[in-house]
Design a protein around this ligand. Structure first.
Ligand SMILES: Nc1nc2c(ncn2[C@@H]2O[C@H](COP(=O)(O)OP(=O)(O)OP(=O)(O)O)[C@@H](O)[C@H]2O)c(=O)[nH]1
Ligand SMILES: [Mg+2]
Length: 215
């Protein structure tokens, strides 16, 4: 019987991710892997970042979903170059998919490439896509205990965005509790509190992303 160890698959993915990163650097692309639960507000956040950056950087998006092209259509609507990946049931994107999707994007010159990963707090943690920055979104309605239950993905992220902050008044979500756990898991990671729907905190996040790209 032939047994394929997951370790080997991950190693092959890491190799491809390294190649993606090198290609992105040659092409002046700054890649951001946006992860978070289904419905936590990832696409709305990208729409908000696009508004808040206000033409200061060219933007492109790779959308990852099991099926459909709903999110890609939202990006097209605001004029952002986009490629949709359908994973056919897989719960995360991988570096191979990103290489193929990059080929499908007509972009030139310095670009911020956002990769909206499949909504998932488990599978997405293990796969490097070749990004420069991993951004995790956690929405207020999900609850403030997610860092305790899904520590790996938070530990491996470079910044945390608490989304739907406008819903705080309708919830017992504790921002302080989240900050405390993030401090333990990823002490270097800045934490943003935003409502992409209302624009709260979006200027600060957009400015930070632009500075990270050039810094
Ligand atoms: N109140 C409030 N609702 C929001 C906010 N951001 C997103 N939503 C709502 O949350 C729902 C899901 O938002 P999406 O942006 O589609 O979430 P997503 O993470 O991209 O979802 P998937 O791609 O399916 O994983 C939508 O009904 C949004 O309008 C916010 O800042 N405040
Ligand atoms: Mg989405």
């Amino acid at each position: 019987m032939k047994i394929v160890a997951a370790k080997g698959i991950l190693k092959a993915n890491d190799q491809l991710a390294t190649e993606n990163r090198a290609r992105f650097e040659r092409e002046g692309i700054y890649a951001v892997n946006l992860v978070g639960s289904p419905g936590c507000g990832k696409t709305t956040l990208l729409e908000g970042v696009f508004r808040a950056t206000d033409g200061r950087a060219a933007m492109a998006v790779i959308e990852g979903d099991l099926a459909g092209q709903v999110d890609a259509e939202r990006m097209e609507k605001i004029g952002v170059p986009v490629v949709q990946i359908n994973t056919d049931g897989m719960c995360h994107l991988d570096a191979n998919m990103i290489a193929a999707a990059r080929d499908g994007l007509a972009i030139e010159g310095p670009t911020m490439l956002f990769i909206e990963n499949v909504g998932n707090l488990v599978c997405t943690a293990g796969f490097d896509l070749g990004e420069h920055l991993r951004l995790i979104a956690l929405s207020v309605p999900e609850g403030d205990d997610k860092l305790i239950k899904y520590p790996v993905i938070f530990q491996r992220s470079h910044a945390l965005v608490i989304t739907k902050i406008d819903m705080l008044t309708h919830s017992n979500f504790s921002v302080a509790r989240v900050r405390e756990h993030m401090q333990r898991l990823a002490p270097q990671a800045p934490i943003f509190e935003v409502s992409a729907l209302h624009g709260t905190g979006m200027a600060e996040l957009a400015d930070w992303l632009l500075a990270r790209r050039t810094g």
